[in-house]
Structures are given as C-alpha cells and as structure tokens.
Design a binder for this molecule. Structure first.
Ligand SMILES: Nc1ncnc2c1ncn2[C@@H]1O[C@H](COP(=O)(O)OP(=O)(O)OP(=O)(O)O)[C@@H](O)[C@H]1O
Ligand SMILES: [Mg+2]
Length: 246
C-alpha cells in the first residue's frame, strides 16, 4: 500500500502548497512516484492558479517529474471560501467523505500527499460535517502541520495540536511554511517555543522558495529526512537562536 501523508496547518496561506510541492520534489528526486491530492479546491479564478498548478510549476524542472508526479483534484468551487461554504453558496454538491477516501485508496503511486483546505477544522461539507481530520482518521494517515513563523503562531499551533490529539491523530511534526531571510525577535524565539508545544520541527522553507529556480535544492535542505530531505532541527535552532539570551 502507498504511504499517505496529510498536509494541513494552522490556517490558510501558511505555505501548505509550497510544503506539499517540496515533499513531492523530494519523492521524485528519490526516484519514486508521488500523487498530490487536493480534495477540494476553492478560490480559483482567472488570476489565481490552483494549488495543483502551483505544485506542477514548482516541480516542473525536476528530472522525472513529468512521469512520476500525478495530480488529483476531486472538487472545485469558485468562491474563495471554505469548501463547504463555497459549495453551499454556489449551489454545487459538497464532497462526500467516503468518495474521497475511496479515490485516495485507489491511487497506486509510491507516496501520496493530500493537501487540506485552510486549517485542520475547515469543513468540506455541512451535512454531514467532515474535515481533513476525519479524512486522516479514515485513511489512518498522519497529519503534518504547516505553521506560520511570526507572532500569533504559538497559539494557532498549540490549538491545532490539541485538536489533533483530541481526535486521536498523530503528527510527524511542524514545518514553518515561510522562514524569512531576516527573522524578527518573535520569529527567532518562536523556533524554541514552537518545539516546546510537543511536536518536533521537521522543516522550515525559506521565504524565497516560491520564486526560486532551485526548488529541488530548497526542498531537500528545508525538510527533515522523514520528508526526504536533510533539514536538521538542532542546527536550525542553534543558527537562529544562538545570540538570544534564553
Ligand atoms: N516559502 C515560501 N516562499 C515563497 N513564497 C511562499 C512561501 N510560502 C508561502 N509562500 C507564498 O504565500 C502564499 C500562500 O502560500 P500557500 O499557497 O503555500 O499557502 P496555503 O497554506 O497552501 O494556502 P491555502 O489554504 O490557500 O491552500 C502563496 O502566494 C505562496 O507563493
Ligand atoms: Mg494551498
């Protein structure tokens, strides 16, 4: 059976798509096939590309991507809202959890990465309610949490970890979706305080990653070996906190 990882996070715009693309890049780089799934895509207009289009663009220069990267989207809604809300106000049917589970279980790639919409508890359907946390439970998959770097992330991350634990779900850890070139005091201290919340830091993607032509290199160096890279939590922590009086 394929290995499945759910990529969720503390909210929208935290960098889930960039992290998803980086994981896919590492899998392709290791010579394996990867399916990237975005069950419900909202907010796709003329100007805004879909998340899968971003994944395809970021990984396009990697050898083997054309053959080993497969993209799957099961529902698309124009309003830039949570999937359940977008379905309701556009008059389209919401996604059905059992259908999404069956579709993902039918995939045959070596590795499957599923990117949620927004944060962990965002609804895909109002009746019955289900979220990406329910999908993780059904698939018996772990939930990687992408988090922001700055002020406010400690509460959002703690609350999301609590929500995971309440549901009996586990995480391989946290990835900072966008780590700035010149981190602020809050960002530097967050490196330590995030790790105090009880999940390991398994990556930090530099802020210029989305624009860089060297995405394969960035993916490899910004993610932990668990995610196919060489990121070292202790080294990252030391680099960014050594001058702080802790
Ligand atoms: N490491 C990064 N380098 C450059 N740009 C980034 C990085 N992380 C995020 N961004 C930018 O920030 C924006 C939000 O990132 P992204 O689309 O990955 O968030 P998301 O969590 O997937 O959001 P959504 O909930 O809409 O799926 C995008 O425009 C993206 O290009
Ligand atoms: Mg996204």
């Amino acid at each position: 059976m394929s290995e499945i990882l759910i990529v969720s996070g503390t909210g929208t715009d935290v960098g889930k798509t960039i992290v998803t693309a980086a994981i896919a890049a590492n899998v392709i780089g290791a010579g394996k096939s990867v399916s990237v799934v975005k069950p419900g895509q909202t907010g796709v207009t003329g100007e805004a590309p879909s998340d899968l289009a971003v994944v395809a663009a970021l990984t396009s220069a990697i050898d083997g991507a054309a053959d080993r990267l497969l993209l799957h989207e099961y529902g698309r809604y124009e309003p830039p809202l949570a999937p359940a809300t977008a379905a309701r106000i556009s008059g389209q049917p919401p996604l059905v959890l059992a259908d999404v589970v069956a579709s993902i279980q039918g995939l045959t790639s070596d590795f499957i990465v599923v990117e949620g919409a927004g944060g962990l508890l965002v609804k895909y359907s109002d009746e019955p309610v289900w979220t990406i946390a329910d999908l993780a439970r059904e698939l018996k998959a772990e939930v990687l949490l992408v988090v922001a770097s700055g002020l406010g992330t400690l509460h959002h991350t703690a609350a999301t970890l609590e929500a995971l634990a309440t549901r009996g779900l586990t995480t391989p850890g946290l990835v900072i979706g966008q780590w700035p070139t010149e981190p602020s005091l809050a960002e530097k201290t967050n490196v330590v305080d995030l790790q105090d919340l009880g999940a390991p830091l398994v990556g930090a993607i530099p802020a210029q990653a989305g624009r860089s032509g060297e995405f394969a290199h960035i993916a490899a160096t910004s993610l932990h070996p668990l995610l196919g890279g060489t990121f070292d939590e202790a080294h990252f922590t030391h680099t960014h906190t050594q001058e702080l009086n802790r």
